[in-house]
Ligand binder design. Structure first.
Ligand code: BTN
Length: 256
């Protein structure tokens, strides 16, 4: 990999936590934390992320994008697109993206992205916020298979590609690709990201259910993300809902 600070850990609780820690201590943008295994790998909505040794790629990149806080959700879409394009280029497969950032192959999830922000204490000084983007990619099935609660919905890259898989090469490709998409974002060109994201949208025109943060269930058709990257759903009565967070399920498909 080109000159870059890469912190390699055998075991850590979560590369996102480690990245937030070193980020708060001043680590430069572009610093990457990668671990063989995580004891407390986490996903969106307080889910855990299975991170066994030899099974996947688990890394977090530290970013300091000059963006206002309202724009930070766009970082997630940009990063998801970046990982998707890196996988496409390296492995000749065409993953889909389920909003906001689940990567699917054959309709099952093989990768996820979790963006988190550090404290915004420097906001008043105009310093760029600390954002960490964590990426988990299932490369190989766990020995004995996925746990029962995941096996219906999860897949691995190895189940869809027929060449060798190198975690190291994929790491470099993903990091460069995420940074490239982020560059579009900070220069104000979110529309290019959105256009390419929509070409890979797994949910467009599909029926889905959305469980709102208040626990209400909305069923409808996905209209895809709007110009700000916020998902819109048209419910059965024709009302349009905007989904800022919460859980989306493609009807008859994966949770999370
Ligand atoms: C999701 O699908 O909900 C997001 C999963 C993100 C998992 C990755 S693995 C590396 C990084 N460290 C974590 O604790 N989570 C992310």
């Amino acid at each position: 990999m080109e000159t870059r600070n890469i912190i390699r850990l055998d075991v850590t609780e979560s590369t996102n936590s480690a990245a937030l820690e070193v980020g708060q201590l001043g680590a430069a943008a572009g610093t990457v934390v990668v671990a063989e295994t995580q004891t407390g790998g986490r996903g969106r909505l307080n889910r855990s992320w299975l991170s066994l040794p030899g099974m996947g790629l688990y890394f977090t990149i530290i970013l300091r994008p000059r963006l206002v806080p309202e724009q930070l959700p766009k970082v997630t879409l940009a990063a998801g697109l970046g990982v998707c394009k890196a996988v496409e280029t390296e492995y000749d497969v065409l993953p889909k993206i389920k909003w906001p950032n689940d990567l699917l192959l054959g309709g099952s999830k093989f990768a996820g992205i979790l963006s988190e922000t550090g404290s915004m204490q420097n906001e008043s000084t105009g310093q760029a916020p600390l954002v960490v983007v964590g990426v988990g990619i299932n490369l190989f099935p766990p020995a004995g298979g996925f746990p029962a609660e995941l096996e219906e919905f999860a897949t691995t890259l190895s189940q869809h590609v027929y060449t060798g898989i190198s975690a190291e090469i994929l790491l470099e490709a993903c990091v460069l690709s995420i940074e490239k998409e982020l560059q579009h974002l900070v220069t104000g060109d979110f529309q290019t990201i959105l256009k390419e994201w929509k070409q890979r949208d797994a949910s467009k025109d599909k029926n889905l259910t959305w469980v709102t943060p208040k626990g209400e269930k909305v069923t409808g058709v996905s209209l895809g993300p709007d110009a700000d990257g916020i998902l819109r759903i048209r419910d059965q009565a024709g009302a349009i809902h905007t989904v800022i967070s919460g859980d989306i399920k493609l009807v008859g498909n994966i949770p999370g």
